[in-house]
Design a protein around this ligand. Structure first.
Ligand code: FMN
Length: 184
């Protein structure tokens, strides 16, 4: 029997009614057999300040690092803010990236996101660039760029768009294969 893949899901938006969090929940519901997505709350991270590292990392940063370290992969769903990666998400990545032994190295990563007309293409590119610096094993394709994401979910945050459901299913199947390939 193949082992279940334990995937950590990070939403790039801390908003309670975030569409990107809804996208992650939809992904968790559509995940293929043998892959689970645990959406992690990282809203308690402080703003990065090197002075807070003097006596070790703050507890929320240590907890997030540990959770990612234990996971078989990471799935980020993020909006873009002003054509770039949202500051809070970059802050979270920066905390987790601190030496020694950050857990991003070699970790399988999937990136997706939704926003306005360009579907976070510019923001996702910046996430890719940052994760390349951390030697993360990011899946290149398929890609999921959700344009006008607010049209694809109802008021309860349920996915209502069949084309997106199909795209997400394909993405998750490919991501499971990507994680298994890297796990060896
Ligand atoms: C500070 C800020 C900047 C934004 N910049 C962009 C942008 O560059 N491109 C875009 O498509 N949407 C942009 N938006 C709109 C977001 O796509 C929209 O608020 C989206 O719903 C945020 O994702 P969420 O629902 O997961 O919080 C911006 C929103 C904020 C708050």
């Amino acid at each position: 029997m193949t082992q279940t893949l334990d995937i950590v899901g990070l939403s790039g938006s801390l908003r309670r009614a975030s569409y990107n969090s809804a996208l992650l929940r939809a992904a968790a519901a559509l995940a293929p057999e043998g892959l689970t997505i645990d959406i992690v709350d990282w809203s308690d991270l402080p703003v990065y300040n090197g002075d807070l590292e003097t006596n070790g990392l703050p507890a929320p940063a240590e907890a997030l690092r540990g959770r990612i370290r234990r996971a078989d992969g990471l799935l980020i769903a993020t909006p873009e803010y002003n054509y770039g990666v949202p500051g809070p998400l970059k802050n979270a990545i920066d905390w987790v990236s601190r030496p020694p032994d950050h857990p991003f190295a070699g970790k399988p990563l999937g990136i997706m996101g939704g926003g306005g007309g360009f579907g976070t293409a510019r923001g996702q590119l910046q996430v890719r660039q940052t994760m390349a610096a951390l030697n993360c094993s990011t899946m290149n394709k398929p890609e999921v760029y959700v344009s006008n994401i607010w049209d694809k979910f109802d008021d309860a945050g349920q996915l209502t768009d069949d084309a997106l459901r199909t795209a997400l299913t394909g993405f998750l199947t490919a991501f499971a294969a990507w994680c298994r390939r890297l796990k060896g």
